[in-house]
Structure formats: structure tokens, C-alpha cells
Write a protein that binds this ligand. Structure first.
Ligand SMILES: Cc1ncc(COP(=O)(O)O)c(C=O)c1O
Length: 446
């Protein structure tokens, strides 16, 4: 019998824990290539979210596949606990080259962005002999105990699972929607920074702070870039008080924003760069890269994992770097990103529900509002995303009402044109009242 998306999702829900997925619609992938995913019923979709910012090089890029196959023919894994492999070392050297900072670097590998957030927390505490960690309200840093403690975006990431890591504090992220009318980004940043600093004058002794952890572009909050000046002030503050600055590049790294890392869009050098997701084009791999002296502060086996730096995953990551370099995907991300923003601006001329179009490279957020100007427009986002699914596009929303437009960096001209045509058609249908309320029962989301 032909499999159906619906039946497989029913089986999934019986056996897979619900805390591991935010269900949108019942789409079960059967195969995927480039930017196209085919479900078990044979329907094809252009993936406009790159499998949650993972397949920046597209699905099954031939260069990545070939590298993996070459390594598979040699061995899948050889113990990292006691001995050495070449792909891991080559990858660490390559990461040292593409990450910001003209200083000696070291690397700790992990498997999923979350565990590398934990690595950064451990490193910062060990290096500074301080305990406090500062992150921002609205941040999503992942689900291991350290990462979930540093996150502040959903009560379900705190409920029932405590006590969480002590001494992790969350301060306000400089959200551009808090800007006063006529306020410049510069004065806004300075005002927000005075507010930020106040915490360190009355209840957080700065000399007890090990780490400030920030997403330069707050992804799950709605792809909101931190203002340039605020990042600069943050760096100065860290220098002044001996605090380490770590950037979470798990979602925005590996070319997503038109630079290797989103922090490269800022004139700021962090001490630690945390990466994952796209790094190995879908193989489980993450890393923290930074100043070598910080890494020398934890002794063996303070952050040792048996499968760390696995040779197949490391080969995939090396090939991913090669593809991004050789196909000039950083430039391509900027070029396609500019096209997407232009198309959304044109759609906004006719649509009443587009409130803001923002982002760097191929990390574009399109915030929706309802016709009465109420900004929290989750229902509109659901309707738009659901109709896009019907039209053969994978598109989701984050932060309640912001479309997450993050297609693979390898998307071709005719594919992105087709995708934007479908999005335009969807907005037209929305304006004509052709997307009925009953679709709201068919799409969930976060
Ligand atoms: C910014 C950011 N940090 C950390 C994580 C956690 O990474 P992972 O789910 O790979 O552990 C994510 C995942 O979505 C993320 O977007």
C-alpha cells in the first residue's frame, strides 16, 4: 500500500516524544536533492528553510557526498579518546582560518549546537574562574542543560526540568522595535546599553561574570539583528571587565548571512564562536572555536565525548567549507538575499500584512501584522505558511509572526524566482480572502 504522510505521522506521535519537535504540518520526507524535498506521497517542495538552516549547500551536494564516501571507504570512526585522525585536525585548522580573530585558536567538537554552547560555558567558567553567564531574553541556544539554561524564549524550556544551571542571567536584547520615533540606531544602541549596564551596577558584580553569550542575529526571536553599535559596546564592556564574549552562530553561520559567520557583519571580534547545524551539511557536528589560551584551561577529560570529531562528519564539514568557497556561496547568499528582499518589498506594496523585511544574506525575516496594525499576527503567518505548503514550498514562521526565509545558498535563479512567484501568489490569495480560517486547524507551529 502507498504510504501516506498522515499515517506515518500518526505512528511517529505514538512513539517519538513530543518535546523533540514543533509540529507544523504532516510532511514526511522520502528523498531530497538540491533545494527540492519529495514527500512519501510523491509531492515535491522547494525548501525555503534549508531544513532549519542545516543544508546551506543543498541536500546531498555531490562534493559532500563524494568526501563522505571516500572516508567511509577508509573507516567510519576511530577513537578520538586515545588517538588521532586526519579529517578532525584538518577541519580544526580550516575552522581556525574562517572564524574571525587574528589570534591562535583551538577547537572543541560536538554533535549538535547545544552541546557546543555547553562547551563555551564550561570554557568561560574554567578560564575566568568566575561563574556568572549572561545571555539575552528571546535567545534560543538549545536543549542540553547548559544551553537550555542560557535560553529564554519559551517557558517549556524551563518547566519541570529544573534546577537548571545556576548563575545564568538573562538581560534584554536590543530589539529594534523598541526604538523611539526619530531615534537613530546609534542613540538607540547607546540608550539600550545604559539600561544593560545598570544591571551590573546594582546586582550583578561584573568581576563575577565569565561570559556574555549572544546571537548577533536573534534567530528564533524573529531574525532580529543586534544593532551594530550595541555589539561594539558589548565588546568594550567585556574587555573592560575581563569577560569573554561568545557568539552563537549555530543558525546564522556557514555563509547564511553572506559572510562565514554573522558576527563578520559587525566590526567585532569575539573570543569564542559556537557553530553547528550547516557545518557538516546535515551530518551531526558542532564546534566551539576561539582563543587557544581559553581552551587550555580545562584538563582532560573535562569535555571529552567518544564520537567527538567523527571522521565521516569531519570529512563532510571539510567538503562543506570547500563547496562554500569554490561555489562562492557567500556572494551568492548576498545576491539572492537582495533579490528576495526586493520581491518582498514589491509584495508589500500590494499587501496589507507585511510589517518589516529584514536580515543579512539569505537569512531574511518578514514580519507580519494584521490589517488593524496589531503586530502579533500568528494566524496570518499560519495561513501564509499553510498555503505555501499547498503550493509546494516549505516555509515556516518564527517569533510568532515572522516568516523564516532561509533557502539553501545553492538555490538557482529559476528556483528562487519560482518560489517567490508562489509566495507572491499566496499573499494575493490572502488579500482576496481565499485562505479560509479552517486551515488554522491544519497547521501548528511554534
Ligand atoms: C541560534 C541557535 N542556537 C542553538 C541552537 C541549538 O542547536 P541544536 O538544536 O543543533 O542543538 C539552535 C537550534 O535551532 C539555534 O538556532
Amino acid at each position: 500500500m502507498k504510504p501516506s504522510n498522515h499515517d506515518i505521522v500518526e505512528r511517529d506521535q505514538q512513539i517519538i516524544a513530543m518535546c523533540t519537535r514543533s509540529h507544523y504540518v504532516s510532511l514526511v520526507a522520502e528523498k531530497a536533492k538540491g533545494v527540492v524535498v519529495e514527500d512519501v506521497e510523491g509531492k515535491q517542495y522547494i525548501d525555503m528553510i534549508s531544513s532549519a538552516s542545516v543544508v546551506n549547500t543543498g541536500y546531498n551536494h555531490p562534493v559532500v557526498l563524494a568526501a563522505v564516501q571516500r572516508q567511509l571507504a577508509k573507516f567510519i570512526h576511530f577513537t578520538n579518546d586515545y588517538f588521532y585522525t586526519r579529517p578532525q585536525i584538518a577541519l580544526a585548522e580550516a575552522l581556525a582560518k574562517i572564524t574571525p580573530g587574528n589570534y591562535n585558536k583551538k577547537v572543541i567538537f560536538g554533535f549538535s549546537g547545544s552541546d557546543s554552547i555547553d562547551s563555551a560555558i564550561k570554557l568561560a567558567r574554567a578560564y575566568t574562574s568566575r561563574s556568572k553567564i549572561i545571555s539575552f531574553i528571546g535567545a534560543y541556544h538549545g536543549s542540553t542543560y547548559g544551553a537550555i539554561s542560557a535560553s529564554a524564549i519559551d517557558l517549556n524550556m524551563k518547566r519541570k526540568i529544573g534546577p537548571l544551571l545556576p548563575e545564568v542571567m538573562h538581560l534584554e536584547y536590543p530589539n529594534k522595535f523598541d526604538m523611539f520615533d526619530n531615534e537613530t540606531e546609534q542613540t538607540f544602541s547607546e540608550r539600550k546599553f545604559i539600561e544593560f549596564e545598570k544591571h551590573f551596577k546594582v546586582y550583578i558584580p561584573p568581576e563575577e561574570v565569565a561570559l556574555i553569550l549572544i546571537e548577533p542575529i536573534a534567530g528564533d526571536l524573529g531574525l532580529l539583528p543586534c544593532p551594530q553599535r550595541f555589539m561594539k559596546l558589548l565588546r568594550q564592556f567585556c574587555d573592560q571587565h575581563g569577560i569573554l564574549l561568545a557568539v552563537d552562530e549555530i543558525q546564522q553561520g556557514f555563509g547564511r548571512t553572506g559572510k562565514w559567520f554573522s558576527v563578520d557583519n559587525y566590526n567585532v571580534i569575539p573570543d569564542l564562536v559556537i557553530m553547528g547545524k550547516a557545518m557538516a551539511s546535515g551530518f551531526p557536528m558542532s564546534a566551539v572555536v576561539g582563543r587557544s589560551e581559553i581552551f587550555d584551561s580545562i584538563a582532560m577529560p573535562g569535555q571529552l565525548f567518544t564520537l567527538q570529531g567523527n571522521a565521516v562528519c569531519a570529512s563532510a564539514a571539510l567538503a562543506t567549507i570547500k563547496v562554500i568557497e569554490e561555489q562562492k556561496l557567500l556572494d551568492r547568499a548576498n545576491e539572492v538575499g537582495a533579490y528576495i528582499k526586493k520581491r518582498f518589498r514589491q509584495i508589500a506594496e500590494k499587501s496589507t500584512v507585511i510589517y518589516d523585511i529584514r536580515g543579512y544574506g539569505l537569512s531574511v525575516g518578514v514580519e507580519l501584522k494584521d490589517k488593524n496594525g496589531v503586530i502579533n499576527a500568528t494566524e496570518i503567518a499560519k495561513k501564509i505558511c499553510y498555503r505555501c505548503f499547498e503550493h509546494g514550498l516549505i516555509l515556516i514562521y518564527m517569533g510568532g509572526n515572522t516568516l523564516r526565509v532561509q533557502p539553501p545558498l545553492v538555490i538557482k535563479d529559476h528556483e528562487i524566482e519560482m518560489a517567490m512567484d508562489k509566495i507572491e501568489q499566496t499573499f494575493t490569495e490572502y488579500e482576496k480572502g481565499q485562505i479560509l480560517d479552517d486551515v488554522l486547524d491544519k497547521i501548528a507551529g511554534w
